[in-house]
Design a protein around this ligand. Structure first.
Ligand code: ATP
Length: 778
């Protein structure tokens, strides 16, 4: 029905109506988009509408375009697929279909659309927007709508979100769904590992990606596959020889299993299709390997969205609503993208054009261009992966005077990604002729070194030692919280004894502290005058100089799995609140991000503390919430409390207070996942970033310090740095110096960065859960 009837010619003030749609192939995280768009729209004073079944819903109209209320999206965040449906719609390709769609939108009073889909869906969206004025004109000319009726809808605002498991859109590092899909693939490949190794078998695993090899390449990195076939970087005809040579050399190293990953769109440089069956035949015939094929198929689309996809879909949905509200007729249609850790608005038309140019470059057999257009990171990943499959190429070796002895140490608590990062560093060192040296059991291990024994705590490492660490959680080197300053003289003695040329520290705040201590003792101990490189790895993600630490993604995945399961356990009684205690030390990062990803009703963090007003307000909020919950979601509600949020209001106390105040209307339980949060196997994101960041660290050491004297090393603040993701960049930040991390970025007492990048997101968690603002209480 026409929604904004006029009375006496004066239109009533109308709320902006924003339609949200999922289109193209489904992907995990699409529901997160719908939830955040619906709730953010309501928060901003707009009226959200869901368009069911993609563009078909727009063309059919009627009940397929439905107003959404706050509670309609309850429970959406943790569901896979898309709950509002998706469909390929032939009518929308043609103007008459789009004409009907325009009419249906105006009849519902909608003039803004947020579309989550692949490049096809977004191309359609852009076309719709550019045609909009002419569509309205045609509707008036045909007499379908009056000039008066179309007048308020002269401008169509559109914003795109990229939902696709393939990660095939240019201009964004990740699409919504790609990391969940990668997780599914890695689970399957990890599962094949054991049987493959038991029987010394080969497995050829086909994954999705007709035009894009992102899933295949990242799965190969994350599982340490022996060889990969992707459409953008096809092997030349005769690839059989290269593949067999690599597989044979890996077998000679002692590998008991062979894993080959192939994109469904794999081809050679002559664009001849390469199939999984062909690869199986080559391995069977030439190498006499007992080889099996596994096609993962639609499993890759299914399952629960991972932490990253819940995070990405939620924040991109929020950004899309903001982009719609900022939009003016002269601005180009935006698409929400992500670069490293920064969510941005990009030009939709340009991103689509760039995406299509990759396909064209492949068709024209210009593979260099295809790799270049994909994005810088993709090429970097490919080269890094190649390096780990062949560490013995003599052309890669540096001259003797540039070769370094690089010591690797794990410091602090274990975190997912420490092992893959060590493996990657060792691979890089071996391929360049450096000597990788493992220090076992952290600084106490070094300080207790057994120089005279063959298996002391300081050992040279071989490729075979570390290759199986590709998907192992924890710390195979052994890690410890002990610090160099606990016995600095012995530490320096060992540096001298083993002739370390550089130290690579993988760990959390302790690793940072250790590097800082060594740096400060360089004046007294010349042996410590070597470059120090810190790669942050800690579930707490509290290292100055980075917005991301290895292990934090694994931890958040584990934590949201725990929350999902525990929430589900309340489905019988329905009226239960869980107060779940998260790790994180004095940093509220884990609690806040998990809160964002599961839709926690409240999050308590050390940075804000807990007080009695807050608790009273939240208990009142819980009462309201239970009152309004008419069975939309048969699950419990969750409050997250960081372990150090308050000394007085412990997790148990908070749970007891809620229970007491609920006066029987609902119950409350405390739950502490504890060390379970460190996770089992590292998440695919932690594995692939471990490779990329670790190799960047090695290159930095090599580029800046190979063959340099101690004086030259001491002359630069770059001789002690932290690698980190900062916004849209990966940067190396000096630890010392006037503007270094020690002086400017570190809250030593609270053991966290002074400026925590994620703090503004805390209010987003509150907005999306509907938690009243502080000022609304008492
Ligand atoms: P996926 O990455 O999963 O393939 P996609 O969005 O690219 O997702 P498509 O099937 O290409 O999937 O597009 C989904 C729908 O978007 C189509 O069914 C059609 O309705 C609409 N659409 C796609 N391309 C166009 C176009 N060029 N013009 C108008 N509408 C289009």
């Amino acid at each position: 029905a026409p929604t904004h009837e006029m009375s006496n010619g004066v239109p009533p003030p109308r709320k902006k109506r924003i339609g949200v749609m999922t289109s193209g192939g489904d992907s995990q995280g699409m529901n997160g988009v719908v939830r955040s768009v619906v709730r953010m729209s309501i928060h901003m004073g707009c009226e959200p509408y869901a368009i069911y079944e993609g563009y078909d819903g727009l063309v059919q109209g009627g009940d397929l375009i439905k107003q959404m209320k706050w509670d309609d999206v309850r429970g959406f965040l943790s569901r896979g697929g898309t709950l509002i449906g998706t469909k390929r719609c032939m009518e929308f390709y043609e103007r008459p279909g789009r004409l009907v769609a325009a009419k249906n939108m105006i009849l519902k009073g909608i003039d803004a659309l947020i579309i989550c889909g692949g490049d096809g869906s977004l191309t359609g969206a852009d076309k719709f927007r550019s045609e909009w004025p002419s569509l309205l004109q045609e509707l008036v000319e045909k007499g379908d709508l009056t000039q008066e009726a179309v007048e308020p809808y002269k401008h169509l605002n559109i914003c795109g979100l990229v939902g696709s498991i393939d990660n095939d859109m240019s201009g964004t590092d990740a699409t919504i769904g790609c990391f969940s899909s990668l997780e599914r693939i890695c689970e399957m490949v990890d599962a094949v590992f054991d049987t493959a190794a038991s029987h010394k078998r080969g497995f050829v695993i086909e994954v999705m990606g007709r035009h894009c090899g992102w899933l295949a390449l990242m799965a190969s990195i994350a599982t340490g596959a022996d060889y990969v076939f992707i459409p953008e970087k096809p092997p030349a005809p005769g690839w059989e020889d290269e593949m067999c040579q690599i597989v044979t050399s890996h077998r000679e190293w002692g590998k008991r299993r062979t894993i080959i990953i192939i994109s469904e769109g794999a081809q050679d440089t002559e664009l001849e299709k390469i199939t999984a069956d062909q690869v199986v035949k080559v391995l069977t015939d030439r190498l006499k390997l007992d080889t099996r094929k596994t096609v993962l198929g639609h499993i890759q689309r299914g399952g629960l969205p991972s932490y990253y996809d819940r995070w990405l879909s939620t924040l991109q949905g929020v950004e899309a609503v903001n982009a719609i509200l900022d939009s003016t007729p002269d601005k180009p249609t935006p698409v929400i993208t992500i670069r490293e850790n920064k969510i941005e608005r990009s030009n939709l038309e340009e991103c689509v054009k760039l995406t299509k140019s990759v396909a064209t470059a492949i068709k024209e057999k210009n593979f260099e261009k295809a790799m270049h257009l994909r994005d810088v990171e993709f090429k970097e990943y490919f080269n890094s992966y190649k390096l780990t499959t062949s560490t013995e190429d003599p052309r890669m070796k540096l001259p003797k005077d540039k070769q370094m002895r690089i010591a690797i140490i794990h410091v602090g608590a274990p975190a997912g990604g420490m092992n893959p990062a060590t493996r990657a560093a060792v691979a890089y060192c071996l391929s360049r002729g450096h000597t990788p040296i493992a220090i076992h059991n952290g600084f106490p291990g070094l300080q207790r070194h057994h120089a005279d024994k063959p298996l002391g705590s300081v050992r040279n490492v071989s490729w075979l030692d570390v290759d199986p660490w590709v998907n192992e959680g924890g710390s195979e080197l052994g890690t410890n919280r002990g610090l160099p300053a606990d016995d600095i003289a012995t530490t320096a003695h060992c540096f001298e004894l083993y002739k370390f040329d550089a130290l690579f520290l993988i760990g959390g705040f302790e690793a940072f502290t250790a590097a800082s201590q060594i740096r400060k003792h360089r004046d007294s101990y010349p042996a410590l005058r070597i470059p120090l490189m810190v790669l942050p790895a800690t579930v707490s993600n509290n290292v100055p100089g980075t917005e991301y630490s290895l292990g934090s993604d694994t931890c958040l995945n584990t934590l949201i799995g725990f929350c999902d399961a525990i929430r589900q356990s309340a489905s019988a009684s329905r009226r239960r609140v869980f107060v779940i205690e998260t790790q994180g030390g004095k940093s509220g990062y884990l609690a806040t991000m998990a809160g964002l990803a599961i839709g926690a009703l409240a999050v308590y963090i050390p940075e804000e503390g807990i007080n009695v007003h807050m608790l009273a307000r939240d208990i009142e909020f819980l009462r309201e919430n239970f009152k309004n919950d008419r069975g939309a979601s048969r699950a419990g509600k969750i409050i997250l409390r960081n372990e150090q949020a308050s000394e007085t209001y412990t997790t148990q106390v908070v749970a007891d207070m809620i229970k007491e105040e609920a006066r029987g209307r609902f119950e409350s339980k405390a739950a502490v996942p504890g060390h379970y949060q460190q996770g089992g196997k590292p998440s695919p994101m932690d594995r692939i970033r471990a490779l990329r960041m670790s190799i960047k660290c090695m290159q930095f050491l090599e580029d800046n310090f190979a063959g340099k004297s101690k004086d030259e090393i001491m002359a630069t603040e770059d001789s002690a740095v932290v690698i980190g993701i900062q916004g849209s960049q990966v940067l190396f930040t000096p630890i010392g110096g006037e503007s270094g991390l020690e002086a400017k970025e570190t809250d030593w007492k609270a053991r966290r960065p002074l400026n925590e990048f994620w703090r503004p997101l805390k209010s987003t968690v509150d907005i999306l859960s509907g938690r009243p603002k502080d000022t609304d209480c008492c």
